[in-house]
Design a protein around this ligand. Structure first.
Ligand SMILES: CC(=O)[C@@H](O)[C@H](O)COP(=O)(O)O
Ligand SMILES: NCC(=O)COP(=O)(O)O
Length: 255
């Protein structure tokens, strides 16, 4: 278990603000403002702000990223496809973190992890260019030992384990099987000396077994926080998620 450190959270929360932008874009208004959401999330305890600049700009837009980066007090984790357009954008802005994710335009949400093995040279080149520019690179991968190995070989210092299949499990047995896969991938990543994060589809109940995995450094969570904010307010939703994650890491399970 992580030792309690006066200034370091036992597990970090990256708040993904994509779906604040979804709500804004639904009517083409200027509100709700994703930048305001990010700054309030930091006030509420977010350790970083994650945002996914998709190729189709369905939610976060270039101007959001450009306006937010200089205002953040914590750090920006920009999720990006490995296309030259997106890598060039990331190199121009140079956020603290970039997480390379797969993208298919027709997908409703990110369906699977980046296939590092199949796109090894392209991934390795993107990792090299971004790391050279001082950007810390994370690879968003499925909980698969071969992908973890490929990520380490591609030179990425960080991986984020895709928890989508765990989150979408329909039975307790399936959820446990997927949780075991996540845990094995986390340990494999630590074995290669990587920082290991996780995310996708996590909410206030299913987050607890994931947060309890002591080797996970950070969870990136968005959709569930935006949904909860509808009922209890944005800052409260962020605070509640952080509290549940921290309690789970300390062995306290909340109903
Ligand atoms: C990579 C990832 O898991 C997040 O970016 C997630 O995809 C949220 O964005 P969407 O809901 O647009 O997929
Ligand atoms: N990488 C996961 C992320 O940023 C948020 O995913 P979700 O919580 O919106 O499913």
């Amino acid at each position: 278990m992580s030792l309690l450190h006066p200034n370091k959270p036992v597990i970090e929360l990256g708040v993904n603000i994509d779906h604040v932008a979804t709500l804004r874009n639904a009517r083409g208004t200027s509100y709700p403002d994703p930048i305001q959401a990010a700054l309030l999330a930091e006030e509420a305890g977010a350790d970083c702000i994650t945002l996914h600049l998709r190729e189709d700009r369905r939610h976060i837009r270039d101007a959001d990223v450009e306006a937010l980066l200089p205002q953040l007090r914590t750090r920006m984790n920009l999720e990006s496809a490995i296309t030259s357009e997106m890598i060039d954008f990331a190199l121009r802005l140079r956020p603290q973190d970039v997480c390379l994710v797969p993208e298919r335009r027709e997908e409703i949400t990110t369906e699977g992890g980046l296939d590092v093995i199949a796109h090894f040279s392209q991934v390795k080149d993107a990792v090299h260019r971004l790391q050279l520019a001082g950007v810390r690179v994370s690879l968003f991968i499925d909980p698969d030992a071969a992908q973890v190995k490929a990520a380490a070989e591609a030179g990425a210092p960080v991986i984020e384990i895709h928890t989508g299949r765990y989150a979408e499990a329909r039975t307790d047995e399936e959820a446990q099987r997927e949780l075991d896969r996540v845990q094995a991938a986390v340990l494999a990543g630590v074995g290669y000396g990587l920082k290991v994060n996780a995310g996708h589809g996590l909410h206030y109940t299913n987050v607890q077994p994931i947060a309890a995995i002591p080797e996970i450094a950070e969870l990136n969570i968005g959709h569930a926080i935006v949904a909860q904010a509808v009922f209890i307010g944005w800052k409260n939703a962020v605070k509640e998620m952080k509290a549940i994650m921290t309690a789970a890491r300390l062995g306290i399970h909340k109903k």
